[in-house]
Design a protein around this ligand. Structure first.
Ligand SMILES: Nc1ncnc2c1ncn2[C@@H]1O[C@H](COP(=O)(O)OP(=O)(O)OP(=O)(O)O)[C@@H](O)[C@H]1O
Ligand SMILES: [Mg+2]
Length: 261
């Protein structure tokens, strides 16, 4: 089972869009996928119009078992939603002796999936640490502009520090350039710089596409909403790329192209 967090402290870089469409695309390729929202903004809930009885926060508070927080969205695709109350989880997480492992203890009870994909909030608090302690792989959506590139460098440093401080081995296995508009020089330059720095890790860019903005209003993934759009084509390419990594990343345990600093 591959456990992948979609993570970047920078807001609005396409984390949620990537988490949703990667999960939806993988499920269409016969992979059993659990999509988990760990952002108190609950964007996955809103974007896919999920009607869940309980959120991940309820499981973290011990109110319900994690299995009761899982909602089926279609063939091969389940989701665990977040809630605004997760904003208060930092307080709760700060209590136990190993605050970074609270989520892992809960999610380790979940099995039977090929992929668990976790959407992270744009911040680097205890919630993010908990996600990082659970997942073996990190995908970093990176907006193709100067600040986006800087945010990528910051995330690499944070993940390296996290691995050292907590004695973990979270691996950056994909950098996903987003919001790409090849008419803009800064997009072309940033993409070239990122590809240059990380030739093995950098995915094909996800182009700016208005259908990706519209799909959440319809409560659909890009594949259901506009299957012939650029957005669908780009995310399909990412899905195929992620599937092609399966051999080398079985469980995320063995050697593959990664960066830790
Ligand atoms: N490739 C794209 N083209 C056009 N719009 C996009 C693209 N990717 C994402 N968007 C839109 O940009 C906005 C931000 O995207 P998204 O919510 O996925 O970012 P995020 O990193 O999850 O944000 P946050 O940090 O707030 O959680 C949304 O309105 C989304 O629909
Ligand atoms: Mg988001």
């Amino acid at each position: 089972m591959r456990t992948i967090c979609i993570i970047n402290n920078k807001g609005g870089v396409g984390k949620t869009t990537t988490a949703i469409n990667l999960a939806a695309g993988l499920s269409r390729h016969d992979r059993r996928v659990l999509l988990i929202d760990l952002d108190p903004q609950s964007s996955i809930d809103t974007s896919l119009k999920v009607r869940a009885q309980s959120s991940i926060h309820d499981a973290m508070l011990g109110k319900v078992p994690i299995q009761q927080c899982i909602t089926n969205l279609g063939t091969n695709l389940d989701v665990v939603t977040s809630s605004e109350s997760l904003n208060h989880a930092e307080q709760y997480l700060a209590q136990p002796e190993t605050p970074d492992l609270a989520l892992k203890r809960i999610l380790d009870q979940v099995g039977g999936y090929d992929y668990v994909i976790v959407d992270c909030p744009p911040s680097h608090g205890l919630i993010a640490h908990n996600v990082m302690a659970y997942c073996r792989e990190a995908f970093i959506p990176t907006s193709t502009d100067y600040l986006g590139h800087e945010a990528l460098r910051r995330m690499q440093r944070l993940i390296a520090a996290f691995n050292t401080d907590y004695d973990r081995d979270l691996r950056i296995t994909r950098i996903i350039p987003t919001m790409y508009d090849r008419r803009n020089r800064i997009c072309r330059d940033t993409l070239a710089d990122v590809q240059n720095d990380h030739p093995e890790l950098t995915s094909y860019p996800i182009r700016i596409n208005s259908k990706l903005k519209e799909a959440p209003k319809a409560g659909k993934s890009i594949f259901s909403y506009a299957r012939s759009s650029y957005g669908a084509k780009d995310y399909l390419q990412l899905v195929e790329e992620v599937i092609s990594m399966e051999q080398s990343s079985s469980g995320g345990n063995d050697q593959e192209a990664t960066v830790t600093a």
